[in-house]
Design a binder for this molecule. Structure first.
Ligand SMILES: CCCCCCCC/C=C/CCCCCCCC(=O)SCCNC(=O)CCNC(=O)[C@H](O)C(C)(C)COP(=O)(O)OP(=O)(O)OC[C@H]1O[C@@H](n2cnc3c(N)ncnc32)[C@H](O)[C@@H]1OP(=O)(O)O
Length: 461
């Protein structure tokens, strides 16, 4: 093995491989031999070294650069559909030839600028228009590729170093249990050990399928989390026409009967359409202690809701209120009718019937609908009926798709109800900061309200 390889190998950490590419002999006047290897071997250091959880910060540093050398760092990953997501940052090494993203600001001209240690992740953007980063198989990691390129040119200069890092979804010991009990179509994530653990039911919105990634990331923090499908999955209804709360009631009872789920009640976490379903569950069903809604509606939307002899119609909408933004993409923020006006009030969810605590997470630049208006009106409604004031956390500059930390912001994608791409809103940096804070707020809310009683006093259904 050549000297370069030997030198390179000596730098390899046990768990983090990197392929040093011999940059070729330095073009030194007079054709002299290349500079000493040590000055040529650039290396990348991740912390943690080889793998980390997707929602955890990742330390990134580059060593072996020249004093104040200008380089471009290019991050990329391919999702499970093979679609490429990329981001790059322009940097200048310190006087000692080290570049630590925690201490060194990105210069203008990249995907982001300023001191952004995680910018290479949250600024990832797809080559395919209207594509969103989702993780379908949470048992495998995303493989993050990082390249260090000479200079700030476009196209960039020669490759100085590259490395790979795995971004995981399941912490060691967290169990993934498919649930096909009765009509329930779900996946339960259980922390290591026997529990019992505070239980949460996690609902995404319009789109069908069974997104598991938020549920499993949450289970990494000690919750038993049930990712619940409710249409467009296996033998569930194919379309969003009507929902029966009895299906969701079955999921609550499944959780409260589970030996590893702590009673007396579960938490609900709902995003978008999943949010108003959680609010309806909280209003009509028993066994719910805490409900967190991310950019949800306080009116039933998109499909008829039924429970026993009760029917809540979907809030009306008017396609004429669809705007087209300067990029030619649909903006549906005004499409829904006002649930406080006239017959639309029949769609307002009777939150006053709920016996749980509420948390509303709001992206103030949400363009799917008026999430802040919904949260404020929900709060007024609860207080007007003598109920506890809900927690409302608003994030300026955050759009509709508030996901777990470091998911890149999706500015626009196909809205399966509208049948065309829509803009979701948000500004990437503000949206990323909102995701990090919201994730902490949600965990704290559930720990506060689900861990209230010692586990010995639980009374299950
Ligand atoms: C001009 C018409 C006017 C109409 C007037 C307006 C009337 C209607 C308006 C009413 C007002 C609003 C009422 C209700 C609003 C509801 C609010 C919301 O919920 S907004 C959406 C929130 N989204 C989510 O919560 C995500 C939910 N889940 C999913 O998206 C999916 O589970 C999944 C993508 C994570 C995976 O699903 P799966 O079924 O496995 O995916 P599949 O490969 O079958 O793809 C299905 C379909 O989904 C799209 N898709 C898939 N992957 C991606 C991706 N990575 N990025 C972007 N889009 C993706 C894609 O379109 C797929 O369809 P294809 O035909 O295969 O392209």
């Amino acid at each position: 093995m050549g000297q370069v390889a030997a030198l390179s190998l000596s730098r390899l950490s046990a768990r983090c491989w990197q392929r040093l590419l011999w940059p070729g002999p330095a073009r030194i006047p007079g054709g002299l031999a290349a500079r000493s290897l040590s000055s040529m071997a650039t290396s990348i250091r991740f912390s943690p070294a080889a793998r980390s959880l997707f929602d955890e910060p990742l330390g990134i540093a580059v060593q072996g650069l020249g004093p104040r050398q200008q380089v471009t760092l290019r991050a990329s990953l391919r999702d499970e559909a093979g679609e490429l997501f990329e981001a790059h940052g322009r940097y200048q090494a310190a006087d000692d030839g080290e570049l630590d993203l925690a201490r060194c600001p990105a210069l203008p001209g990249g995907s982001f600028s300023g001191l952004e240690p995680m910018g290479l992740l949250w600024a990832l953007q797809p080559r395919k228009p209207f594509w969103r980063l989702v993780k379908k198989d949470v048992q495998t990691p995303f493989r993050l590729q990082l390249e260090v390129l000479e200079g700030h040119g476009d196209p960039p200069g020669q490759l100085l170093a590259q490395a790979e890092h795995e971004r995981l979804f399941l912490r060691d010991g967290v169990r993934r249990v498919p649930v096909r009990e009765g009509r329930i179509r779900a996946t339960l994530f259980l922390p290591p050990g026997n529990g019992p653990f505070p239980g949460i039911i996690d609902l995404y919105g319009t789109g069908g399928g069974l997104p598991e990634y938020r549920a499993c990331l949450l289970a990494n923090y000690g919750f038993a989390v049930l990712a619940l499908a409710f249409y467009g999955y296996e033998d569930l209804p194919k379309e969003m026409k009507e929902f029966h709360l009895e299906y969701f009631e079955e999921a609550i009872n499944y959780m409260l009967k589970h030996t590893q789920v702590k009673g007396p009640g579960v938490g609900l976490l709902g995003f978008s359409k999943g949010g108003d379903l959680c609010l309806s569950m909280a209003s009509f069903l028993k066994g719910i202690t805490a409900t967190a809604v991310i950019n949800g509606s306080v009116a039933n939307v998109g499909a008829v809701l039924r429970y026993k002899d009760i029917t809540i119609p979907p809030l009306g909408a008017d396609a004429k209120r669809i705007k087209i933004n300067k990029s030619g993409i649909a903006d549906i923020v005004d499409v829904l009718n006002n649930p406080l006006e006239g017959p639309n009030r029949r769609s307002f969810i009777p939150l006053e019937k709920a016996e749980c605590r509420f948390l509303f997470i709001v992206g103030q630049d949400d363009h799917n609908w008026k999430s802040e208006f919904f949260a404020v009106e929900g709060s007024k409604h609860l207080q007007a009926h003598g109920k506890e004031k809900p927690e409302i956390v608003c994030y300026p500059g955050a759009g509709h798709y508030i996901e777990p930390p470091f998911f890149p912001m999706c500015a626009a994608s196909m809205h399966l109800l509208v049948g065309k791409p829509v803009m979701w809103g948000g500004e990437p940096k503000a949206h990323s900061e909102a995701q990090r804070d919201a994730w902490q707020q949600i965990q704290a809310f559930f720990h506060r309200h689900l861990n209230g009683k010692p586990s010995g006093t639980t009374n299950k259904l």
